[in-house]
Design a protein around this ligand. Structure first.
Ligand code: NAD
Length: 507
């Protein structure tokens, strides 16, 4: 595609945005009770896209009441799972039908490249509704026959009202990752999307309405985390809190929810290692490393942001890496050829840029990138960055940067590789590259990470337990594991005869 054709395609995709983004409560779009709004910015230019309803405790209370009424009195939790699954399939079909529109708004609002949103994240969002709807139909209980005296069985029951609090990286997909299993199990919910990328959540409200979900089943409250999010977490009528975001925020949320005894699912930060042994297929390992840390603008929780390379192939791999990094195509998010777009927000840009000073002060070499790429004077563009000479005690090795920044560290042998992989407080994902099958299994078992990929990029299977160890999270979502969180297991004991009952007061 020529530059001119691409430019036209990019301009054509720019979505029209009419009016402020509103809350969705009890089946209707509404402004904030206070009437106030905040602005969401286009990360490519930092110009405001539109206003967003600025939710506070009063908005949260209305939304939770609507969700509570839909749970206590509405049909949704009482429908057979098959009927809910049918409704969720309609939601999926509507997402597919509007995929171009949703992707365009998401790209505009997040800065993530079109190719990665339109062809990966949005189709996955639709699939989440089909997958979890169907899975909920297959939930079974257990039977505990007891010596002919009792028949005890278990039921999966919906829990109540869920608070779903989501981050700004791939917001639409991550929202559906929570909303789909939550609703499939018969709960109702209030979604609080991230304030830096709130716009695509509005589509979720529209497709829920258009798919005919009963009012109050899905509610949406926009707002700043410390105000709208905190009010939702503290609300006494919310039973479940599923949170994805930073580890520090997760801690704060657990503290705030403790007084009303919430059940929490915490999907938190990461600093995942890519371990490349000398016997690996280096070409494929390189492709996966580049995609793993620079796709989604590096704003990916499972990014392989620490490349650990066995010493004999270190120079070769680093040379090849630097050559490829220099050719990564930086551009406008809506341009179909763009591989790396701007970071979400100027504050985040400054944070990522700040780590370059930290790195240099610690003696780390910024071998590529490290600042605004040439020719991108506006917006939050940050060049793909490679840090060399990184050691385990360096802050850039330890802390999640959440941008297109790769730390590279050599290792001597298998034991050293595992030690380095585990030398951080996070434990979300890990990637291992080797052609030695026994070593692959050993290293996978030795790494403290919720998910390990061997000779593979991050290919998601919706059935697997997704989540982290250590500071990367608590609990697992995905597949049936989502229903461990989104359902109550109720045990029903049925006496089959006349078992003895002590007769107090009978003389
Ligand atoms: P964040 O923690 O700043 O915000 C996440 C959400 O929490 C937002 O909606 C925000 O408004 C809300 N929030 C903030 N303070 C709150 C409070 N006191 N009470 C209630 N809600 C509050 O995270 P972010 O910057 O939006 O996202 C980036 C982080 O998310 C990274 O650390 C990344 O690793 C993590 N992440 C993890 C996963 C995973 O599955 N483990 C997936 C994606 C992102």
């Amino acid at each position: 595609m020529s530059e001119v054709t691409r430019g036209a395609a990019t301009a054509q995709r720019r979505p029209p945005i009419s009016g402020p983004a509103l809350h969705f409560v009890g089946g209707a779009f509404v402004a904030a009770a206070s009437g106030s709004t905040f602005e969401t910015l286009d990360p490519a230019t930092n110009t405001p896209i539109t206003g967003v309803a600025d939710g506070a405790a009063a908005d949260v209370d209305l939304a939770v009441r609507a969700a509570r009424a839909a749970f206590a009195e509405g049909p949704w939790p009482r429908w057979p799972a098959a009927r809910r699954a049918e409704a969720l399939r309609r939601v999926a079909d509507l997402i597919d039908a509007r995929a171009d529109e949703i992707a365009a708004v998401e790209c505009l609002d997040t800065g993530i490249p079109w190719s990665q949103i339109r062809h990966a994240q949005v189709p996955r969002a639709a699939e989440n509704f089909r997958f979890f709807g169907d899975l909920a139909r297959g939930l079974t209980g257990e039977l505990f026959p007891t010596d002919g005296a009792f028949h005890t069985y278990t039921l999966h029951r919906p829990v109540g009202v869920a608070a779903l609090i989501t981050p700004w990286n791939t917001p639409f997909m991550l929202e559906t990752w929570k909303v789909a299993p939550c609703l499939a199990a018969g709960n109702t919910c209030v979604l609080k999307p991230a304030e830096w990328a709130p716009l695509s959540a509005g589509f979720l409200a529209e497709v829920m309405r258009d798919a005919g979900l009963p009012p109050g089943v899905f509610n949406l409250v926009h707002g700043i985390g410390e105000r709208a999010g905190a009010a939702l977490v503290a609300h006494p009528d919310v039973q479940l809190v599923s949170f994805t975001g930073e580890t520090a925020t997760g801690r704060e949320i657990m503290r705030n929810g403790a007084a009303t005894l919430k059940r929490f699912s915490m999907e938190l930060g990461g600093k995942s290692p890519v371990v490349v042994f000398a016997d690996a297929d280096l070409d494929r390992a390189l492709d996966a490393t580049l995609f793993g840390v620079y796709s989604l603008n590096g704003e990916r929780c499972t990014a392989g942001s620490r490349l650990l390379v066995e010493a004999p192939v270190y120079d070769r791999l680093v040379d090849a890496l630097l050559a490829r990094v220099a050719r990564i195509r930086i551009g406008a998010p809506l341009d179909p050829a763009t591989e790396l777009g701007p970071l979400i927000h100027p504050d985040h840009w400054r944070r990522v840029r700040g780590y370059m000073d930290v790195a240099r002060a610690e003696g780390v070499a910024v071998a590529a990138g490290g600042d605004r790429p040439p020719g991108f004077d506006r917006g939050n563009y940050f060049a793909p960055t490679v840090l060399l000479g990184v050691e385990a005690h360096h802050r850039v090795f330890q802390e999640e940067i959440f941008g297109p920044v790769l730390c590279v560290t050599p290792f001597a042998d298998e034991a050293d590789a595992v030690r380095l992989a585990n030398a951080v407080r996070y434990g979300l994902a890990a990637y291992v590259w080797t052609s030695d099958v026994t070593r692959a299994h050993r290293v996978a078992a030795g790494i403290e990470a919720g998910m390990v990929w061997v000779n593979s990029q991050n290919v998601r299977d919706l059935r697997i337990p997704f989540g982290g160890m250590k500071d990367s999270g608590i609990g697992r979502e995905g597949g049936v594991y989502s229903f461990e969180f989104y359902t109550e297991r109720q045990a029903v004991h049925v006496a089959l005869g006349r078992h003895p009952i002590p007769r107090l007061g009978a003389g």
